[in-house]
Design a protein around this ligand. Structure first.
Ligand code: GRF
Length: 232
């Protein structure tokens, strides 16, 4: 008897792209930046589905227009958080999703759901975590008088805005900033680091060691950091 099976991964075949679902609740500008980035032929992930807990989210219509399956799962129609998440989980499994990306998704998740996606679910928060977790981030940053603000991509843990930090970008806070001007400056960086962080994770270059995300491979340190020079 001889073995005619092809080898599992011939040296020249590129690794399969990770299948990504993006969860949103609103306008979805981060989702758009991820979808645009994933159009690059060398991007290691594809966006296979967009799900919103608000069926009227503007981002859903945009995703559909891009030809991406987009699902509105109205959380108010479920009797509990766990029921809602059961439905969500089923949709993710049906689409054979490898990674879940939260992009302005405004629902807290149970520890069970978060545990099921441990180190496979990313979130972005518009502050330099662990500072200013939660809502009204920009107002609190301005009130505190911080001189640097920014955004953070991290793996999701059960506690809100907690989890190993994958990538951060810093921006200056200017004397005449309002919540809006600061939010806009940070949002520009969100659109830059979220696709970059997803790339690192999808390439398998991010390991969680002792609760910290460690980036390996070429230019690892630079890959995890965006500094504030020349970006006002
Ligand atoms: C972003 O600022 C993100 O950091 C936060 O919610 C906002 C969502 O914006 N988690 P968008 O829907 O991606 O435009």
């Amino acid at each position: 008897m001889h073995n005619t099976a092809a080898p599992d991964s011939p040296p020249n075949r590129p690794a399969a792209r990770k299948r990504v679902a993006i969860l949103i609740s609103g306008r979805g500008s981060n989702m758009m930046s991820l979808v645009e980035a994933a159009k690059a032929p060398d991007f290691p992930a594809e966006i296979v589905m967009v799900i919103s807990n608000r069926p009227d989210a503007a981002g859903l219509a945009w995703a559909r227009a891009q030809g991406i399956p987009a699902l509105g799962l109205d959380h108010k129609r479920y009797e509990s958080r766990a029921h809602f998440e059961g439905q969500l989980q089923q949709a993710l499994e049906l689409a054979r999703v490898d990674l879940v990306v939260l992009a302005g998704f405004m629902r807290l998740m149970t520890a069970e759901f978060v545990g099921a996606w441990r180190d496979r679910m990313l979130n972005i928060h518009p502050s330099l975590l662990p500072s200013f977790k939660g809502l009204d981030t920009h107002a609190r940053a301005l009130a505190a008088g911080v001189k640097l603000a920014g955004c953070t991509v991290h793996f999701v843990r059960a506690e809100m805005d907690e989890g190993p930090i994958i990538m951060q970008a810093a921006v200056p806070v200017l004397a005449d900033d309002t919540q809006e001007t600061l939010a806009n400056r940070i949002l520009k960086q969100e659109h830059r680091i979220y696709p970059a962080a997803l790339r690192l994770v999808a390439e398998g270059r991010v390991a969680v060691i002792d609760g910290r995300a460690v980036v390996s491979g070429g230019e690892a340190a630079e890959a995890a950091l965006v500094a504030p020079t020349g970006q006002c």
